[in-house]
Design a protein around this ligand. Structure first.
Ligand code: GDP
Length: 594
């Protein structure tokens, strides 16, 4: 290769041969040949680790370096993109906008009750508007000034969600129960708010309770880095009772006071950008998303990209379900017209046209896929790292149906530890119940593998596992579970087959078909559905059955597959009890890591 200076190249922890070739600007065949000459036989989709890639890179004249993986905290520690957009605006175009407030706090400290209580302080709004619709965010008027509240607690199931809640806001109200004090999620919320550089107001809730001990809680707050203003600090601590509606005016007054010190600005005529607050599939209108505009204005007819969804806005509704045609900064609106569901916390922006929208979405998908291939924790990979000395232990997260099965598993794993002196299996977390999102998040964060005994993995957990590249293995026989762990420790485990979701369809109607039986009238929300492939029928958060696709019909014609945005009739082998609102999730089995 070239002479002179070697070019440095950053290589991930693991990647496929194809990706490596692209990174090195070489043909895949040449990379495969180089690998072979170094004694490694690998196909184009096979994963190669850093050390192996580094050898190839060096031979091709590069100076390899490992990529420093960006942690979630670092990623979130940055100023959010929407705020950077505002900072880049010409100051003379900036105008005041209402503050966006999010309520965070430990579970049961009263977030939901407080949000409801604040919503009801808006007497004027109540009179004018009839029933307010829950769209994930609402605006109230206090002293003739608008304040926007993000209603995130409902779906703030895991911490990255809460982190993003803080990212979308100008002010955080931290709810701390006066009878309970600063708890783990209180501290987590403080960290998120600080990372996003958002000021915190403390709502010292439940002061009506006889057990309330405000002084103790203030000391705890001071210890956690929030010095109360009455003690010469700069954190406002407002005593309230969300239940008895005490102190709510003071709290809103404080929000306005903090706002006055912040001058919250945006350019209503600038580039339109904001945050997805909530998204759900509506039976009749398809994907509906609540978007919070943070800069610029959003109008019907605009094309938006939100996370991995795109589309032209067909209609917009405010929190009272009234149609609106254009909204400015700090306003939440529910939009219709996206072709897929974005995720809460995703950024959205207006783009020039649908073609640009689709191109951006394709890029994001590719980037996510690439990231996924570098971040994985399969049982066999975890073992590889363990063996290579990178990991000191094989980490497991165990879920079982009952305590009575958890104990023997943990004990047997201990036995394994004793049997093999050089082996260290560590159970990070053992609990009864189905595999949940938070188990998978924990596994992703700690490079652990999730093992379940006689339990299911709920839909959300499977989605997160897919996105984070975490492996979930479910067993019905304890012996098999232990056998797999032992095999993994000996490096003998067969590569695991995992489900890869290739498409989702929502059931909009059901109808009888001529041959007898029932078909589901579907719209493909994302990806594709193929004949003869398998689908999970998902109702709510549960997989009620898994069956093979028997026929797919478009306008009376039988077809082999259907793609995103299309409508069709689907029948399954051995299942007809469809209900409107069910989701068909089409998947293929593939070897983890390709
Ligand atoms: P979240 O988990 O933070 O959303 O908490 P919730 O709003 O669901 O409240 C948890 C429990 O505390 C509920 O039973 C509420 O009725 C109760 N609660 C909330 N605020 C107050 C309050 O100011 N005083 C009293 N006594 N109870 C409250």
């Amino acid at each position: 290769m070239g002479n002179g200076e070697k070019k440095t190249i950053q290589l991930p922890y693991s990647q496929s041969v194809r990706e490596l070739a692209a990174l090195l600007n070489a043909r895949a065949v040449d990379v495969i040949k180089l690998l072979m000459s170094n004694g490694v036989i690998a196909s184009i989709n096979q994963q190669v680790d850093y050390d192996t890639s580094a050898v190839v890179a060096t031979e091709l004249g590069f100076e390899p370096q490992p990529i420093q993986e960006v942690t979630v905290e670092e990623e979130l520690g940055e100023i959010p993109l929407w705020r950077r957009v505002i900072l880049e605006e010409d100051p003379k175009n900036l105008e005041k906008r209402p503050p966006v407030v999010t309520i965070l706090g430990h579970v049961d400290h009263g977030k939901t009750t407080l949000l409801d209580a604040i919503r009801h302080t808006d007497v004027a709004g109540g009179e004018a508007g009839g029933i307010t619709q829950h769209i994930g965010a609402y605006q109230i008027t206090h002293k003739n000034r608008l304040i926007t509240f993000l209603d995130t607690p409902g779906h703030a199931a895991f911490s990255s969600m809460r982190a993003r809640g803080a990212q979308g806001a100008d002010i955080v109200i931290l709810v701390v129960a006066a009878d309970d004090g600063v708890m783990s999620q209180t501290k987590e919320a403080i960290n998120h708010a600080k990372a996003a550089q958002v000021p915190i107001i403390v709502a010292l809730n439940k002061i009506d309770r006889p057990e309330a001990n405000p002084d103790r809680v203030k000391r705890e707050l001071a210890d956690a880095g929030l010095q109360p203003d009455e003690w010469e600090g700069d954190t406002f601590v407002v005593p309230v009772s969300a239940k008895k509606k005490i102190g709510l005016d003071d709290l809103l007054e404080t929000v306005l006071l903090v706002e006055d010190n912040l001058t919250i600005l945006a350019n209503p005529k600038g580039k339109c950008i904001g945050t997805v607050v909530e998204a759900k599939l509506d039976k009749t209108t398809g994907p509906m998303a609540t978007l919070l505009v943070q800069n610029g204005s959003l109008a019907v007819g605009d094309t938006v990209v939100a996370g991995e969804a795109t589309g032209k806005i067909k209609a917009m509704f405010d929190q009272r379900q009234k149609r609106v045609s254009k909204v400015g900064p700090s306003t939440p609106v529910m939009v219709m017209g996206l072709t897929a569901l974005p995720e809460a916390g995703d950024l959205f922006q207006v783009v020039a046209n649908e073609r640009e929208g689709r191109a951006i979405v394709a890029e994001r998908r590719a980037a996510r896929e690439a990231k996924r291939s570098t971040k994985r924790a399969t049982l066999e990979e975890a073992f590889q790292r363990y063996k290579a000395g990178e990991a000191k232990e094989l980490r497991l997260i165990l879920k079982a149906d009952v305590q009575g099965s958890l104990e023997p598993i943990v004990n047997s794993l201990d036995e394994l530890n004793k049997k093999h002196a050089d082996i260290n299996v560590k159970v990070l977390h053992a609990e009864t119940g189905n595999v949940t999102e938070s188990d998978v998040m924990l596994a992703a964060a700690s490079d652990a593998v999730v093992l379940g005994f006689d339990v299911d993995a709920d839909v959300a957990s499977r989605r997160v596992a897919e996105a984070e590249g975490v492996s979930i293995r479910l067993y019905k026989i304890i012996y098999r579970l232990l056998e797999d762990v032992e095999k993994a420790l000996q490096g003998l485990l067969e590569p695991e087959m995992v489900e890869k979701v290739i498409g989702r369809a929502s059931v909009l109607a059901t109808f009888k078909v001529s041959k007898g039986g029932t078909a589901a009238g579907c719209r493909i929300a994302f990806g594709e559905i193929r004949r003869n492939s398998n689908v999970h029928v998902v109702r709510g958060t549960e997989v009620i059955t898994t069956a093979e696709v028997s026929t797919i019909k478009r306008e009376k014609e039988e077809v082999r597959d259907v793609r995103e945005g299309m409508e069709c009739g689907i029948t399954l082998k051995g299942f007809e009890e469809f209900a409107i609102g069910d989701v068909l999730e089409c998947f293929v089995m593939e070897k983890f890591g390709g």
